[in-house]
Design a protein around this ligand. Structure first.
Ligand code: DX5
Ligand code: ZN
Length: 216
């Protein structure tokens, strides 16, 4: 499978969001990555349902919703209604991860599990066959524009091995500090989906940067 690119709208210009959504629609990007933060699970607050519903009205690519919120079970149905295609929850935020994953899938969404930088890949052993996607955080979640944590490469390699060993169909997504320098190494390690925020939206040619990331 060719790898996928998921621009993170956290780094878009919210004053002219439609323009950035149109750019992503017309680009070689595959998904929209939407970062939901509640100020509790992470020390930042981003956007909620009204914004996602508006994005869904004009987005012509799947919405990949990354929930950085406490007790995400409370809201998964609303994210589905708001237009989510993929809903990912943090391993660290779920007491009953198996139930949460299946609740997301029962709604008709793809279900992802996100690992913070300190959370070990082997902890996924008993859930890996149930999930559609594993998101490896390569920064501590909460903010765009942070420095990539190199250890993430090793985690992707370990995850790739676990997926192969178990026959899981899960995709490997990487999020945080992804740029044109580390992207080839992430793909070589086994990543299937690259999330990029500031690398795309801070560049002078965002669509061109998406094309470069896609054509590695
Ligand atoms: C961080 C978010 C990321 C963020 C990535 O908590 O999960 O999706 O937007 O931004 P960059 O690519 O700038 O690190
Ligand atoms: Zn994210």
């Amino acid at each position: 499978m060719n790898h996928l690119i998921a621009p993170s709208l956290l780094s878009a210009d919210f004053l002219t969001l439609e323009k950035d959504i149109d750019m992503v629609n017309a680009s070689e990007a595959d998904w929209f990555h939407l970062d939901v933060m509640d100020g509790m699970f992470v020390p930042n607050i981003s956007f909620g349902f009204p914004v996602i519903e508006k994005i869904a009205q004009i987005a012509r690519k799947p919405l990949d919703v990354h929930l950085m919120i406490v007790d995400p079970d409370r809201y998964i149905e609303r994210y589905k209604k708001a237009g989510a295609t993929i809903i990912s929850v943090h391993y660290e935020a779920c007491d009953h991860l198996h139930r949460t994953i299946h609740a997301i899938q029962d709604l008709g969404c793809k279900a992802g599990v996100v690992l913070n930088p300190h959370t070990s890949v082997p902890l996924l052993e008993d859930i890996i066959r149930d999930v559609d996607l594993i998101l490896i955080m390569s920064v501590n979640p909460g903010f765009g524009g942070q420095k990539f944590i190199e250890h993430s490469i090793l985690k992707i390699e370990r995850l790739k091995a676990l997926i192969s060993a178990t026959g899981s169909h899960a995709l490997i997504e990487v999020d945080g500090g992804v740029d044109l320098e580390n992207a080839p190494r992430l793909l070589k390690a086994g990543a299937d989906v690259l999330v990029a925020g500031s690398t795309i939206f801070s560049s002078s040619d965002p669509a061109g940067t998406i094309r470069k990331l896609k054509n590695i």
